[in-house]
Design a protein around this ligand. Structure first.
Ligand code: TPP
Ligand code: MG
Length: 597
């Protein structure tokens, strides 16, 4: 065999790092690497998407649901450009992803050559933590190693650019010489322990509180037992930021659920009523859903000093990883003897779940979308992974789904981009082939990219030891989330030219790919459809006709508020609550009585 090329070494170095999967799409800017995949017997395995943005989302889904670095790969120029949105999704949700892309040959660079784009500049923002071009073979190991290490260390995006001719050069290792940068594989992470005196001050502050609220996010994952213990000691309730929905079980009576516009009433009320706030591993951005500034004394725990101390005027900003910090805190906390606050929270949580059930059961035309989510909760296997696309699905994911056990879930939290639902599901499957995966996606997201990606599912599903991947489509022929935002915020009626979608037969399309396809257009068919999908021997598409007139009512909207608004509207004061202008013709008036409190 001839000597290994730079591309051969790139793949063998990835294997040394334990990389088993590369989400990719080919092109002549990476031909040298593709040939190397062939020589390496497809190790790591090359997973082909329909579009490079999907490769990036798949790498994000893989990373989110394995905790490992996701790798995506694309050709120069158009391929690299297509990756961008998925890479921003990773960056904004603090997920480690490395992009490996081709570039035109060194001899052509700067010559306005075909497919030549200034990739260093293109990636400068999204991969600002580390973006480098490999121009000689000796540079490769260090550039690749640093890209992997920095992505993992900073939970962000990095990029490695390899010109096409460099890929085919014979690999020569860095030598023990001037201007050489040798490198090594791997890293042993520390657990970041907080400052002892600061932990004592935090404990004093928390012990002094009588109505403690906790806010937990994705950064608190892995500290479940400690969070429960702290909440018990302090008699606190716990609200969960959207990306931290799977951090604590919704079956715990003091977990108030999601927070924010997509959140719950108990979370909203808890933040308005607390005198003390403990935030762990969350940079939930919406200050208006936090306590008033002079209302609560607050402590934040975060492993990242760059993310700490914002969103609320915290008195103590405690840098440390969630588990280590809470463990240091626990022995210093006294048990809150007055359980009144806790009991109040628990009864409002219990009432809230009844409200959610009642809202899900309100009749709609034909299917109430909330019911689609509510009916799934009790059927969810303990090891299920759930993803949701941006759109109305995110509301129901946040409010209606009850997570427990080791159920995992995520969506595009900060970029809130359309399109990641299906590719996250695929990435999750490659990372966890033995777990059932459920995707919720709007029809707009399916038309944008999800339908094409169903072909990727057709291509690969037989490789998954558990073949269950269920894509539930919210078929409402509308870009419904925007329709509601226009009504609620802009006070404008639906603009059909912008929001109405072409009707598509998703079930027929899925069936043509050999997937199980189930049409659901009757409310009573929802639960049986879930059961069939979860018992199937292959992936399933549920094409569910949901009612676009079911409003995603924000948590703070009570019946009385809405009644006031309706009265104002009837007086001609329409702009105050645009939501009701059309909303009165919708389900709002049937849903809101359930919010009476
Ligand atoms: C890439 C991108 N384009 C546009 C938007 C704005 N946007 C957010 S939700 C949404 C509508 C989604 O429609 P659909 O997928 O049909 O879901 P629905 O809300 O109807 O359930 C749009 C256009 C976005 N978030 N991302
Ligand atoms: Mg839609």
């Amino acid at each position: 065999m001839s000597s290994p090329t730079v591309a051969d070494h790139l793949l063998s170095r990835l294997r040394e790092w334990g990389v088993d999967t590369v989400f990719a799409f080919p092109g002549d800017g990476i031909n040298g690497i593709l040939a190397a995949f062939g020589r390496a017997g497809n190790e790591p395995r090359f997973i082909q998407a329909r579009h490079e943005e999907m490769s990036a989302f798949e790498a994000v889904g893989y990373a989110k649901f394995t905790g490992r670095v996701g790798i995506c790969m694309a050709t120069s120029g158009p391929g690299a450009i297509h990756l961008l949105n998925g890479l921003y999704d990773a960056k904004l949700d603090h997920v480690p992803v490395v992009a490996i892309v081709g570039q035109t040959a060194r001899s052509a660079m700067g010559g306005a050559y075909q497919q030549e784009v200034d990739l260093m500049s293109l990636f400068k923002d999204v991969a600002g933590a580390y973006v480098q071009m490999v121009t000689v073979p000796e540079q490769l190991p260090n550039v690749l190693d640093r890209a992997l290490r920095i992505a993992a260390a900073e939970r962000t995006v990095t990029a490695v650019i390899v010109p096409s001719d460099v890929q085919e050069l014979e690999y020569t290792a860095p030598t023990h010489a001037f201007k050489m940068v040798p490198s090594s594989v791997g890293v042993q992470w520390p657990s970041v322990a907080p400052d002892t005196a600061a932990v004592q001050r935090a404990a004093d502050l928390l012990n002094a509180g009588s109505k403690v609220a906790m806010l937990v996010g994705a950064g608190a994952r892995g500290a479940r037992a400690e969070l429960e213990e702290v909440a018990d000691l302090l008699g606190a309730g716990v609200a969960k930021a959207l990306l931290g929905k799977d951090v604590l079980s919704d079956e715990l009576p003091y977990v108030t659920g999601s927070i924010g516009l997509l959140g719950t009433r108990p979370s909203y009320d808890m933040m308005r009523g607390c005198d003390t706030l403990l935030t762990v591993g969350s940079s939930f951005p919406y200050t208006q859903f936090m306590p008033a500034f002079d209302q609560a004394r607050a402590v934040q725990v975060d492993v990242d000093p760059r993310q700490i101390g914002m969103r609320y005027p915290y008195e103590i900003n405690l840098v440390g990883d969630a588990r280590t910090t809470l463990r240091a805190l626990i022995p210093l906390l006294g048990r809150q003897e007055d359980r009144g606050w806790r009991e109040e929270l628990e009864s409002s949580v219990a009432r809230w779940w009844e409200t959610m059930h009642d809202e899900a059961m309100v009749e709609a035309d034909p299917v109430n979308p909330m019911r689609l989510f509510a009916e799934l909760s009790p059927l969810l296997p303990d090891d299920a992974i759930v993803t949701a696309d941006s759109g109305s699905a995110a509301n129901w994911y946040a409010r209606q789904l009850r997570f427990r056990g080791n159920i995992r879930g995520s969506l595009s939290g900060n970029l809130a981009t359309m399109g990641p639902g299906v590719p996250y599901g695929i990435g999750a499957k490659f990372g966890n082939p033995g777990s059932p995966v459920i995707v919720f996606a709007g029809d707009g997201a399916m038309q944008m990219n999800g339908m094409a990606e169903l072909a990727t599912i057709k291509h690969y599903w037989q490789q998954w030891s558990d073949p269950r991947l269920v894509v539930a489509i919210l078929h409402n022929n509308d870009l419904n989330q925007v329709t509601w935002e226009m009504r609620a915020m802009a006070g404008s009626p639906k603009f059909p030219e912008s929001q109405t979608l072409p009707d598509v037969d998703y079930a027929a399309f899925a069936a043509s790919l050999g997937l199980q396809a189930i049409r659901v257009d009757k409310p009573d068919d929802v639960a049986p459809a879930w059961r069939r999908a979860l018992a199937a021997d292959r992936p399933t598409v549920l094409d569910v006709r949901v009612d676009p007139d079911v409003p995603p009512i924000p948590p703070h909207a009570t019946f009385d508020q809405m009644k006031d608004a309706a009265t104002a509207m009837l007086r001609g004061d329409e702009d105050r609550w645009g939501i009701l202008r059309e909303g009165l013709r919708t389900k709002a008036q049937e849903l809101l009585p359930h919010r009476k409190d």
